[in-house]
Design a protein around this ligand. Structure first.
Ligand code: IPM
Ligand code: MG
Length: 358
């Protein structure tokens, strides 16, 4: 029996609701599969925990997390903690501490889901976000607070090693997809140092991947291309901040932020990777039981694939697509289903697959 140790960090807002739903579906899959088992430990690290104790992650927290095969993360962000404190308290220390430099964000319009674009069915993208440096490097400072001469800097950091490894990762991924096309997104007209280096290293790495076709786009221009010519994009590689923005647009164009998943990968597997829905805490619907669990199911499928359970991952994606095709939608997708009823529908679809195969 293959056994995987999963650290679940439900976090804030709707995080606990969607993570519980995700664990229920994962349990169902493991039971049906019979070949693997998940041992899940829940970590209570959240903004409430922080307000009680003054920290999100205990001193030995990362050391403990290191023992796990993967991290299943809900959301972080609360109304009573400044966002930069919660982010730098919980999510960034894990992503940066475990060198999860490749953030993978697939976007596609699932069956039955309506895109705001007329040609939304053409969306089949993977956005690769550099996840360890750039605009999120935390390199800056603030002086003379409150004075007229108050000054703040927020300097992006781009390293050759950091840029080269994300490009290589993007090329490897693009090479495995049917269209084998990779678009480089930067802003190298206005930003003439880091962004120009991004461009140069991209084309150096491109020499090692003759099968992958490439093009480049400025970040502002690529937004119009995403909306007007979605079929011309396949894999996109961009910096931490640029890809953050593009992935929200991609999620909206795919029908809802409630379905968009992400994987924070440490491709070398020195550290565990982290899987999460990209929607965040969503205070407006917290506790109402209507959070869309599909993003969490999709990221669970990405987690299974990363763990080597490709068959289970495919089964889960098929079950998700079966229920979206049948119109089992939470309110963000225009339906009346609840987190619980979507979860039940997915578990039922999984059970049907087993029956069919028998
Ligand atoms: C994301 C989110 C985060 C980010 C927020 C919560 C800080 O928007 O994962 O896309 O910008 O990294
Ligand atoms: Mg974002």
């Amino acid at each position: 029996m293959r056994e995987y140790k999963i650290a679940a960090i439900p976090g804030d807002g709707i995080g606990p609701e969607v993570i519980s739903a995700g664990l229920q579906v994962l349990e169902t899959l493991a039971e049906q599969d019979g070949g693997f088992k998940l041992s899940v430990e829940r970590f209570p690290w959240s903004s409430d925990y922080y307000l009680e104790r003054g920290y999100y992650i205990p001193t030995d927290g990362l050391e403990r997390l290191k023992q796990f095969d993967a991290i299943f993360f809900g959301a972080v962000g609360a109304l009573n903690v400044p966002d930069h404190v919660s982010l730098w308290g919980l999510r960034l220390p894990i992503a940066q501490g475990f060198d999860q430099y490749a953030n993978v964000r697939p976007a596609r319009v699932l069956p039955g889901v309506r895109s705001p674009l007329v040609n939304g069915k053409d969306i089949d993208w993977v956005i690769i976000r550099e996840n360890s440096e750039g605009e999120y490097a935390g390199n800056g400072g603030r002086t003379h607070r409150g004075l007229p001469i108050e000054t703040a800097t927020e300097t992006s950091v781009f390293t050759r090693a950091g840029v080269e490894r994300i490009h290589r990762f993007a090329f490897e991924l693009a090479a495995k997809r049917p269209r084998k096309h990779l678009t480089l997104v930067t802003k190298s007209n206005a930003q003439r140092f880091g962004m120009v280096m991004w461009d140069e290293i991209f084309f150096e790495v491109a020499n090692d991947y003759p099968d992958v076709t490439t093009d480049r786009e400025l970040v502002d221009a690529v937004t119009t291309r995403m909306v007007l010519k979605p079929q011309t994009l396949d894999v996109v590689v961009a910096t931490n901040l640029h890809a953050d923005i593009l992935s929200d647009l991609a999620a909206a164009l795919s029908g809802s932020l409630g379905i968009a998943p992400t994987a924070n990968l440490n491709p070398e597997r020195v550290f565990p990777s982290m899987f999460e829905p990209i929607h965040g805490s969503a205070f407006d619907i917290t506790g109402k039981g209507i959070a869309n669990p599909v993003a969490t199911f999709w990221t669970a499928a990405m987690m299974l694939e990363h763990l080597g359970e490709k068959a289970a991952a495919d089964r889960l994606m098929a079950a998700i697509e079966q229920i979206t095709a049948a119109g089992v939608f939470t309110p963000d997708l225009g339906g009346t289903a609840t987190t619980a009823s979507v979860t039940e529908a997915v578990c039922k679809a999984l059970a049907q697959q087993v029956k069919k195969a028998a």
